[in-house]
Design a protein. Structure first.
Length: 229
């Protein structure tokens, strides 16, 4: 994955970061450490690697290959870069609410299909996989957020997410609106009508919990073709 070529400290934790001849000004913080040239925020890399491993196995075993993949909460786009390199035939899109992060990501990962602030206006059943690493703990309305992801996922679609486990997390991150126990995370997925297929804790993830889920559906058939709503 590409690293910035160089950066210039502008003061007040602001940096101008160059990718080739193009640059963007970013703010280095606890939540957004990606202004560093040597270590641009790959703190969640183990979870992304596990997500990629599972998606590759799923893709090999299904007739309908992963055609549209979303990196939700893409930040500096290192996860987006990994997904785009592993699934070159897929349309990989990064989503993040930070305009600053999106500007950085567009320079870092030009091979991605695009970077946007939300998927609110996307068509139903239009996405094959959503990867959301360390995102749900930042959401004001986590059930509504997950239900919107469920809406855009195809009925064979996959959700992969990770989040700190409440009992082992430090609780000192002011950007976390809530942290979850295993029971709380399972209940959240159930409330949003997701069925959890894989749950992992520890492994290479430290205090993180890792979930692979698929949407729990009511299916309908029209002219012999299966659909979803």
């Amino acid at each position: 994955m590409p690293l910035p070529d160089r950066s210039e400290n502008l003061g007040d934790n602001k940096f101008r970061v160059w990718f080739g001849a193009q640059s963007v000004v970013v703010t280095k913080s606890r939540e957004r450490p990606y202004a560093s040239v040597s270590s641009p925020g790959e703190v969640h890399l183990p979870a992304y690697l596990r997500a990629n491993e599972l998606l590759l196995r799923i893709n090999e075993g299904r007739a309908k290959k992963l055609g549209r993949i979303v990196d939700y909460g893409c930040g500096s786009a290192y996860g987006t870069c990994l997904l785009a390199s592993l699934f070159p035939a897929a349309e990989v899109t990064g989503v993040d609410v930070s305009d600053e992060a999106l500007a950085f990501a567009r320079l870092r990962a030009p091979e991605a299909h695009g970077f946007v602030r939300s998927c609110d206006d996307w068509d139903d059943c239009s996405v094959d996989a959503v990867v959301a690493i360390e995102v749900v703990e930042h959401m004001e309305d986590p059930v509504g957020w997950l239900r919107n992801i469920r809406r855009v996922l195809h009925h064979t679609g996959i959700l992969i997410l990770s989040t700190p486990e409440r009992s082992t997390a430090t609780g000192a991150n002011p950007f976390h609106l809530r942290e979850y126990s295993q029971t709380g995370l399972m209940e959240l997925c159930d409330d949003a009508r997701f069925e959890v297929w894989v749950f992992e804790r520890g492994r290479d993830f430290g205090s993180q919990m890792f979930v692979l889920a698929r949407r729990r559906d009511d299916l309908w058939t029209v002219s012999g073709k299966e659909g979803c709503f």
